[in-house]
Design a protein around this ligand. Structure first.
Ligand code: SF4
Ligand code: SF4
Length: 328
């Protein structure tokens, strides 16, 4: 293991712990149970076209499916009525571009008054119309990739669809540049090798580098969270490092202030992590139906009870083990 990466990991970790402590001390009197979601995370599908070594998709036991159009529209209308402005189409796990209507959904949301639409994607979506996506009103696209060397990619994302990912990613960057950057595209490297090594690969130099700049940017991750205990250091390869566990204060994690809705209308307290043990259901606080809106569930006693568990120090097991815990 690279010693400089380990030092960076602990520096990063102590910085995060310090930030949490300061925010806890500063903000602990200012807790509003009844604020609207800062962002609403909507899962269009929980089906993925990859199977990354660092992701809990491999352990998912939920039935798979796609969100229906009338459900999406009612969620957006409800959220806008509450005063919501920001949505994230990043699923708990899954690939949003596999949803055949994603661009129409985004355009609908923007027309209803949504100001920010972020998606995270692996770009393995053979049927996606990239021109339609870029001009749909989407404001941020985060492309998750292990880089642009086929063997490394296939080892990390465990899919044989490298060429689709490369073609789509290059075309996305090209179109964004050609149209004057209507959206921000971030190429987020989740790679077992360092950035300098990534820059040397021929496919990077030929298909990606020419379009970097302006609204097309690159980021690199070295530290990975543990998905509430499902992912361990032994699952990772090369320079990838698992994050150490974090201290949990008697204060809610920032992710419970985001609404989260699964493709089937189930509302969860946190859309970041699951661990499939019997406590999994503790994160579910309701299901949208003709009689029960997202707003009803968001302000329900069940959600308030869940937030109280943080204040009482009685966390569900997925939170106890989660390395994503953050105060904001
Ligand atoms: S592409 Fe995303 S959802 Fe799919 S396995 Fe990888 S990290 Fe998980
Ligand atoms: S601690 Fe982890 S699982 Fe719990 S609310 Fe925060 S991000 Fe979600």
């Amino acid at each position: 293991m690279d010693i400089s990466s380990v030092i960076r990991k602990y520096l990063f970790h102590f910085q995060a712990e310090f930030n949490n402590l300061i925010k806890y001390l500063l903000f602990k009197q200012k807790f509003d149970f009844f604020s609207i979601p800062r962002k609403l995370q909507i899962e269009l599908t929980n089906i993925c076209s990859a199977n990354c070594i660092f992701c809990a998709y491999q352990y998912q036991t939920r039935p798979k499916g796609y969100m229906k159009e009338n459900l999406f529209q009612s969620i957006i209308q409800d959220f806008v009525t509450m005063g919501g402005k920001n949505i994230i189409l990043t699923p708990l796990v899954g690939e949003p571009l596999l949803h055949p209507k994603i661009s129409e959904f985004i355009t609908f949301a923007r027309k209803q008054g949504i100001e920010m639409v972020r998606i995270s994607t692996n770009m393995i979506a053979p049927k996606i119309n990239l021109k339609q996506l870029i001009t749909s009103g989407v404001t941020e696209i985060l492309v998750s990739t292990a880089g642009f060397q086929q063997k490394i990619y296939e080892r990390t994302y465990r899919t044989g669809k490298y060429s689709i990912m490369l073609k789509n990613t290059s075309e996305l960057l090209r179109l964004n540049k050609e149209f004057g950057f209507p959206t921000q595209v971030t190429i987020a490297f989740r790679s077992p090798i360092g950035r300098k090594s990534n820059f040397k690969h021929e496919d990077f130099k030929k298909y990606i580098k020419p379009y970097v700049g302006g609204g097309n940017i690159l980021t690199f991750a070295e530290i990975y969270d543990n998905w509430g205990g499902l992912i361990n250091q032994s699952d990772l390869i090369g320079r990838m490092l698992i994050s150490p566990s974090k201290i949990k204060y008697r204060w809610p994690c920032k992710f419970v202030f985001r609404g989260n809705i699964s493709y089937d209308g189930i509302v969860r307290v946190c859309g970041c992590r699951f661990n499939n043990n019997p406590d999994y259901d503790e994160m579910v606080i309701g299901k949208i139906s003709s009689k029960r809106t997202f707003k009803d569930i968001w302000f329900s006693n069940r959600r308030i009870h869940f937030l109280n568990r943080f204040l009482l120090g009685k966390l569900p097991s997925v939170c106890k083990n989660c390395t994503m815990y953050e105060i904001s």
